[in-house]
Design a protein around this ligand. Structure first.
Ligand SMILES: [Cu+2]
Length: 306
């Protein structure tokens, strides 16, 4: 009896210690916005590059060239680097994010190839996959890009730059690089909506058919309807009838889904074919952008990848 007591106490203490450690872990997970803390960037980078190199490469498949970009979670690849002084941006008002791409020689790159009608595609996404922005920044002569962002909610954001150098060692290679930006304030996490096969936006219904599998190229069909009727007046937007980007729950890994439907005038739809290759399993937030009557629509739905 006397001897068992310390043992019981030790177990109780050990249990208390485990509970405390668990609570700390939960607290750390709960505030996922802490991933933007200085010094945390490099950890994310090394793990992301490891997973990128482990994923199967299908870069030689037609139309799959963007899949070779990796998951976009690093700020550097093949000597190219996304640089920015803007580690924080103000909350709840328009903000300019300034950045540059430096090449293997360390100098800012100014020569970019046009891809899908633009020399630079820029995406902002909050750590909970809300707040998606897809914009096309302007470049100054010295290679400094300015992305004019709409109001950002407090929290941790990842800024992605997607580009193709038009000279130098990386000429013709597609890059997606990213950096984290902190927006000060009280960050509230929005739970990811449940997986769904359709989403509504601006009176349109967008339905996605297909069974994407991690790391495999799978056909994905997007159908656009309005009031139950097929939509056939989709306009070209960035050389496509629908621009699809996806971000992975947890690490905000990036994927760009490429259309296989050819663009031919202002009468796209209702069915659009894509090659989906999402490198990892889990939930992806899919953003579908399409244009009608000169207006851009952005639908979002959660896609579960097995
Ligand atoms: Cu773009």
């Amino acid at each position: 009896m006397f001897n068992s007591r310390p043992a019981v106490r030790r177990r109780a203490l050990a249990a208390a210690g485990t509970a405390a450690a668990l609570a700390l872990t939960l607290a750390a997970c709960g505030s996922s916005d802490d991933s933007s803390m200085p010094g945390m960037d490099h950890g994310a980078k090394s793990s992301s590059s490891a997973s990128a190199s482990a994923s199967p490469s299908t870069g030689d498949m037609p139309g799959m060239d963007h899949m070779a970009d990796g998951n976009g979670l690093s700020d550097t690849k093949d000597g190219y680097r996304l640089t920015s002084q803007d580690a924080t941006l103000p909350a709840s008002k328009q903000a300019a994010y300034r950045f540059a791409v430096t090449g293997p020689d360390g100098k800012p790159v100014t020569d970019f190839a046009v891809d899908q009608t633009k020399r630079m595609h820029f995406y902002a996404i909050r750590s909970d996959l809300t707040g998606f922005q897809h914009i096309h920044p302007a470049m100054a002569a010295d290679g400094t890009w300015t992305a004019d962002l709409a109001a950002l909610a407090p929290g941790s954001w990842r800024m992605f730059a997607s580009f193709t150098p038009d000279s130098g060692a990386g000429k013709g290679d597609d890059f997606v690089l990213s950096r984290i930006v902190t927006v000060p304030g009280t960050a509230t996490k929005t739970p990811l909506p449940a997986a769904a096969s359709s989403a509504d936006v601006d009176g349109y219904a967008v339905t996605v058919k297909g069974e994407p599998m991690a790391g495999m190229a799978q056909p994905l069909t997007v159908t656009v309807t309005k009031d139950g009727k097929p939509v056939t007046d989709l306009q070209p937007y960035l050389d496509t009838y629908a621009h699809l980007t996806a971000f992975h729950e947890g690490d905000t890994a990036f994927a760009h889904l490429h259309p296989t439907t050819k663009v031919d005038g202002d009468h796209g739809g209702p069915n659009l074919a894509f090659h989906a290759e999402l490198p990892t399993s889990g939930n992806w937030r899919l953003f579908l952008q399409f244009q009608t009557g000169g207006k851009l629509h952005t639908a979002a739905l959660t896609l579960n990848v097995g």
